[in-house]
Design a protein. Structure first.
Ligand code: RB5
Length: 153
């Protein structure tokens, strides 16, 4: 699996903790930053991760900020991106199996490093189930298309 990861300053330490663990599981990891604890704006990092996924250079993304929420909100502005904030392994697995989530967003101020490892493992080891879920993903794509045409009001 090719994974692209990014964090803001609030998620930096957790991102750095997770990176060698994920590599140790056999995945290829691209880190778009940040690279220290100096404040950065999470939408900029979310967009960098999204660009790598949209270009096909990565299969999945991992975004870490204080809560995971800002990263997910920013990433989900891009059509075709399905970013899920997860604080438990069950949700991470369901996000892949039911929602075909392509980004996991973690909150470094919400989950500890041990829980984060388990959440990421569930996310990476689960895959989309298809079947009845596809109709719902198609409906999400319809919403994207409708509002893309309509534009910002
Ligand atoms: C940064 O203080 C914090 O707002 C950010 O990491 C994130 O939690 C936003 O959603």
């Amino acid at each position: 699996m090719h994974l692209v990861m990014g964090s803001d300053h609030a998620g930096y330490t957790l991102k750095e903790h997770l990176k060698p663990i994920i590599i140790g599981w056999g995945h290829a990891v691209k880190d778009v930053g940040c690279h220290c604890e100096a404040p950065v704006d999470y939408p900029d990092i979310a967009e960098e991760v999204v660009k790598i996924i949209k270009s096909g250079q990565a299969d999945l993304g991992l975004l870490v900020c204080g809560t995971g929420q800002g990263m997910a909100i920013a990433a989900n502005k891009v059509p075709g991106i399905r970013a899920a904030v997860c604080s438990d392994g069950f949700s991470a697995r369901a996000a892949r199996e039911h929602n075909d989530a392509n980004i996991l967003a973690l909150g470094a101020r919400v989950v500890g490093s041990g829980a984060a490892e388990l959440i990421v493992k569930q996310f990476l080891e689960s895959s989309y189930s298809g079947g009845r879920h596809q109709r719902r993903l198609d409906l999400i794509r319809d919403i994207e298309n409708k509002y893309l045409k309509q534009g910002e009001k």
